[in-house]
Design a protein around this ligand. Structure first.
Ligand SMILES: [Cu+2]
Length: 248
């Protein structure tokens, strides 16, 4: 009888010890699982369909049949959002000035990115209405050269995309696809899976410049080569911008 009691007391104690141990183990585990984060560098390649971008030569053709060159492409990337497979969003409020003519100096670099699998990403070309205000950005030469004139609403150019094209009469003309104003913010969406699994990971993107001239609207440079402040034309280019970026 005494031994039985002793045994059952022992096993009850053992049982509670085990339970206690498991509880501690699980509660500790919860605290230990912190998301790992790292830096991600987005490298952007510039193409015109399957041709690499080479500045200053009239050698590209868009869907409207315009033969054109590119002398300048400057823009802002902002509001980068990475979306995982469960639909959780990681948002970054950085603003990046981009200028492939001055290649190495301007990169899209994010820090504190959770290392995991993402299903898609989106971002803006331009600045959202909270930030598209004159002098919001640091007063660098690049940023100031992107100012949108105060009489036209202030803030910044979202993009300057310029070059020359052969018009319908065979003359060489300039064009300037300047985008600005809050209604012309460009929503870029990349519906491609992306695994961020190490610190300092490089993610390669490409911008196809011909996508600015197509889908959903075919843009003919003969209709208007200079669009700054022309809401109707700027909206067309902004709509077309939805799919200009892809993961490589
Ligand atoms: Cu302009």
């Amino acid at each position: 009888m005494k031994i039985d009691n002793l045994l059952s007391a022992f096993s009850t104690t053992r049982f509670f010890l085990l339970l206690f141990g498991l509880l501690i183990l699980f509660s500790c585990k919860k605290e230990i699982v912190e998301p790992q984060t790292g830096s991600v560098n987005f490298m952007i390649d510039y193409l015109v369909d399957d041709q690499p971008l080479v500045f200053d030569t009239i050698q590209y053709t868009n869907d409207a049949g315009n033969t054109f060159s590119v002398t300048k492409i400057e823009y802002f990337i902002s509001d980068i959002t990475l979306i995982d497979e469960m639909g959780n969003e990681s948002y970054f409020d950085d603003v990046f000035y981009m200028n492939p003519r001055l290649n190495e100096s301007f990169q899209v670099a994010l820090t504190d990115v959770e290392l995991k699998d993402y299903a898609s990403m989106r971002f803006h070309v331009g600045l959202n209405s909270d930030t598209n205000k004159t002098d919001y950005l640091p007063a660098t030469t690049e940023n100031q050269n992107m100012f949108w004139p105060e009489p036209m609403g202030g803030g910044y150019h979202f993009m300057k995309f310029e070059g020359h094209f052969i018009d319908s009469l065979g003359a060489t003309l300039g064009y300037a696809m300047h985008l600005g104003t809050n209604t012309c913010l460009v929503n870029c969406v990349i519906e491609q899976p992306l695994s961020i699994n190490e610190d300092n990971q490089v993610v390669e993107l490409e911008m196809n410049l011909n996508e600015w001239f197509r889908n959903p609207h075919v843009y003919d440079l003969n209709s208007a080569g200079y669009i700054m402040g022309n809401q109707e034309k700027m909206r067309i280019i902004a709509d077309n911008g939805n799919d200009v970026f892809k993961l490589k």
